[in-house]
Structures are given as C-alpha cells and as structure tokens.
Write a protein of this length. Structure first.
Length: 245
C-alpha cells in the first residue's frame, strides 16, 4: 500500500479539511451541547467542501462522527444528551475528499475538568507524538507500539489493545495494523510511501474493554476515563509527515 507523492497530496487535502473541522469543533464543545448536534455540524461542514464523512454507512454505522464520552473508549454513538461540565469527549472523523481519506480523533475537555482528567488528555496527546516520532523508514511497527506503551505505563496509564491504528488511503482500513503496544524491532518494516494512522487509546484504570449492546461502542470495564488522539501520518525520507495537522 505504498502511496505516490501525488496520492499523499490528495490525502493531505482531505486532512486539511479534517483539521479545520476539528478546530471548529473545539469552539463548539461546551456544557449543554449534545453530541448529536456536533454530528450534524460536522456533516454540514464537510458538505461545504464537497467532502464526505466516510464513517457514515461503514458496515452500517449510522453517524458522521464517533463521539465517545468519559468511559467510552471509541465508536460512541452521538445522542441528544447534553454534555456536562467536567466531561471529556473524543470525536473521531474520517473525511473522504475525491476518494482519498484522512482520519483523526481528538479528545476535548467540556468546560472545566478535573486535574486527573486533564492529565489523562495531556499524556495521551503526548503518547501520540511519541509514536509518530518512530514512524520513519527502516523502523518496525513494533517500535511505534513499544514507545507508546512504555510512555503510557511509565505515567500510570494503560493501553487499550483491542483497537489499533492501520493503513489508510482509498479505504478506511488498509494493511498494516499498527498496535499501540509491543516489542521494539518487531513487526513489518516501515517504508517510504506508507500512510498509516497512529491513534493510542489510554485509560486511567485498567485496559479491559466491554462492548455496548449496539455492537459498536467500547468502554472501560472498570468505568475509568479513556482518551484518544489520532493523526494520519505519511512515512517519508524526511521523517513522518502529519497529514491531519
């Protein structure tokens, strides 16, 4: 799944739209706003740029975004329940622009949050960039996961293992899979032209996961908070290039 420079530029166009959408969301996420309102905003916003929310309809997923609140790890369904002061919410969006995709998730504070929740967001965001720095030609997939896992566990956080990053391009999920844990020096070699997502999901408590009845939403088994940050990253001879910055 090696991409040409032109194909990477096409993905970067989708990534720019996605990054701008997240900036707009950051101004709208506040107590009293529902995640369903955010879903409608994203769908309308992407439409202005003739872009599509790739999640909607994917294997029957009914929404333009995933909106995961507090103990929800990923794939949360938007709903009409207003967000509350002190919540955290992760918004995951995949943008399709002219058939090329970009994928990015970001966790947001809703109003003023606890110091513990703030620390979770900060460390999960840092873990993302710890992993991105390993996305260079010649490294192995295990180098990304090992550095993220080592960083997270050093700070008392656990790494969700059931969900991982992946290749991306014309399709949302392409090979290879990118776990956020593992052993350095193991796994497939990273090569120039690969485009992958790195998207660590870290929990304040244990890493164990349980699934909701909707068959999509994963949450922490112990009810602890979970956060996620994700970028789409191209591997180039000059180092990792973030397409969703």
């Amino acid at each position: 799944m090696i991409k040409t420079r032109k194909q990477m530029l096409n993905m970067r166009r989708a990534g720019r739209i996605l990054a701008a959408c997240h900036r707009q969301l950051s101004r709208r996420i506040r107590p009293g706003v529902s995640t369903l309102e955010l879903n409608h905003f994203v769908e309308d916003y992407l439409g202005r740029f003739r872009a599509l929310p790739e999640q909607k309809g994917y294997r029957g997923f009914p929404y333009a975004i995933c909106a995961s609140v507090n103990d929800e790890i990923c794939h949360g369904f938007p709903d009409e329940k207003p967000l509350k002061e002190g919540d955290i919410v992760t918004i995951d969006i995949v943008v399709n622009k002219n058939g090329w995709l970009a994928d990015s998730a970001w966790s947001y504070a809703v109003g003023h949050i606890s110091p513990e929740a703030e620390n979770l967001l900060r460390l999960t965001r840092e873990a993302l960039f710890v992993g991105i720095r390993q996305a260079v030609p010649g490294n192995r997939i295990g180098d990304i996961g090992n550095h993220i896992q080592t960083f997270a566990e050093r700070h008392g956080l656990s790494v969700v293992r059931e969900f991982c990053g992946h290749g991306i391009g014309r399709y949302m999920h392409e090979p290879p899979l990118i776990p956020h844990y593992g052993s350095a020096g193991e796994g497939a070699e990273l090569k120039e032209g690969m485009v992958i997502t790195i998207e660590p999901m870290l929990n304040m408590g244990k890493s164990s996961v349980k699934m909701d009845r909707n068959g999509w939403t994963a949450r922490t088994r112990d009810g602890s908070l979970s956060a996620q940050y994700e970028h789409t990253v191209a591997i180039t001879r000059d180092g990792p290039r973030i397409l969703t910055r």
